[in-house]
Write a new protein. Structure first.
Length: 183
């Protein structure tokens, strides 16, 4: 046997394999439509669903922990009269990147907050308020400010304010007392 005959045998074997694999691929493609394995194979991990508690919600990370009390803006607004204005002024430093608090101060990313308490929502002339805030209506009384400063995006969905909010009742009362002192 010379090398030419060995080449013919090797070529025949390779051709047969190509025909088998090609035929199998064509059949699978025509049956599944996407070259897959019929039904789509699951990719990744299946995560367990959280167990539902009595109210239909998933259990918290701390099983058996009592549910956190719902936020009560009226209760916190009642604390404003006895709140620490100086502490509120310190807390206002978080707001200075976007707001001024000086009488006649300029608007920044947010409106000037001098005299904000009992001012109409969206009441600073020349400031571009979000449509959501304009639609809210009413005035910024202590309760409205507390609710907004707790979770701005929850109180006014669609607000432009990106601040996440103050979580502690004492901080909310202090910052609201400080804003009320700006007259």
């Amino acid at each position: 046997m010379d090398s030419f005959e060995l080449n013919k045998i090797a070529g025949g074997v390779i051709a047969a394999l190509l025909v088998i694999v090609g035929t199998k691929t064509i059949i699978e493609t025509s049956n599944s439509g996407h070259g897959g394995h019929g039904d789509h194979a699951a990719v990744g991990y299946v995560l367990p669903k959280p167990e539902a508690d009595g109210d239909g919600h998933g259990k918290s990370a701390k099983a058996g922990a009592p549910a956190a009390a719902a936020f009560d803006a009226t209760k916190v607004a009642a604390l404003v009269g006895a709140a620490d204005v100086a502490s509120g002024e310190k807390l206002f430093k978080k707001c200075k990147a976007c707001h001024t608090a000086d009488k006649g101060g300029a608007n920044k990313v947010g409106p000037n907050l001098f005299g904000v308490v009992d001012r109409a929502k969206g009441g600073v002339d020349g400031f571009g308020y979000s449509d959501a805030l304009k639609a809210k209506g009413g005035v910024w009384d202590a309760e409205a400010l507390v609710a907004f400063l707790h979770k701005p995006k929850e109180y006014i969905p669609g607000t432009k304010m990106v601040f996440k909010g103050f979580k502690k009742d004492a901080e909310l009362a202090d910052i609201t007392a400080y804003l009320a002192s700006l007259k």
